[in-house]
Write a protein that binds this ligand. Structure first.
Ligand SMILES: *Cc1c(COP(=O)(O)O)cnc(C)c1O
Length: 219
């Protein structure tokens, strides 16, 4: 079923939108099935689980860390992580930069924005992000590459609210793209959309959808 669901989704979503298979809490055997069906991009939200799966599974998988990242755990994923989706502070970005340097690499990152009405979500406001991006501390970071933005909409039934929140994220992206990141051709990603709201996210300009339960079943 996993492979069929991925194939169905690939038909449904535009080719310009990347499908990230969110495999958190799911066994390696499920990931291997998806891998054998051709899927190479997977997302996890916990560092330990991500490291365990990285070690056990094929090395050409692109692993995305999609969840909140604590500074003291960056070192465990720095050697191999493909994209960090939820950068929400300068302190975290500085640590990613430090660990990236140690591993002689540049780590691609997305800035997480707070777009939901709920209070529990992490992320920058646009003002906070602009302040950080204008700071001399940010300018010194040579081993991180900010390639876009990420956000999570509220868990509500009202599609117009979700649409508005995703639209806000798209606007933040455009604002940064036309200013701070004018000369960074890699700044092109908008990571938004989960199983419950990915259609709306795609309508609002998502370039990466993070889908778990739609592919692997409920957790
Ligand atoms: C779990 C998770 C997802 C996927 O959620 P589903 O509703 O199962 O598609 C996407 N993004 C983040 C940040 C997550 O933690």
């Amino acid at each position: 079923m996993i492979v069929e669901r991925i194939q169905q989704l690939k038909k449904e979503i535009p080719a310009t939108v990347q499908l990230i298979a969110v495999s958190k809490t799911k066994p390696n055997s499920d990931i291997q099935i998806a891998y054998d069906g051709g899927q190479r991009v997977f997302g996890e939200n916990k560092v330990q689980e991500l490291v365990d799966k990285y070690e056990a599974l094929p090395k050409d998988i692109e692993w995305h860390l999609i969840g909140h990242l604590q500074t003291n755990k960056v070192k465990y994923i720095a050697p191999f992580v493909h994209l960090i989706h939820a950068v929400d502070s300068l302190k975290l970005l500085q640590e990613i930069n430090k660990q990236a340097k140690k591993n002689d690499r540049i780590i691609p990152c997305l800035l997480q924005f707070f777009i939901a009405s709920e209070e529990t979500k992490f992320g920058f406001s646009i003002e906070e992000a602009q302040e950080m991006l204008a700071s001399p501390e940010f300018f010194e970071l040579k081993n991180v590459n900010i390639v876009g933005v990420m956000g999570m909409a509220s868990f509500v039934d009202d599609p117009s609210q979700v649409e508005k929140e995703f639209n806000n994220l798209h606007n933040y992206f455009q604002l940064l793209k036309s200013s701070v990141f004018k000369f960074n051709k890699d700044f092109k990603e908008i990571s938004m959309g989960m199983s419950g709201d990915y259609q709306i996210a795609i309508e609002q300009g998502s370039t990466m959808v993070r889908l778990g339960s739609t592919i692997f079943g409920s957790r």
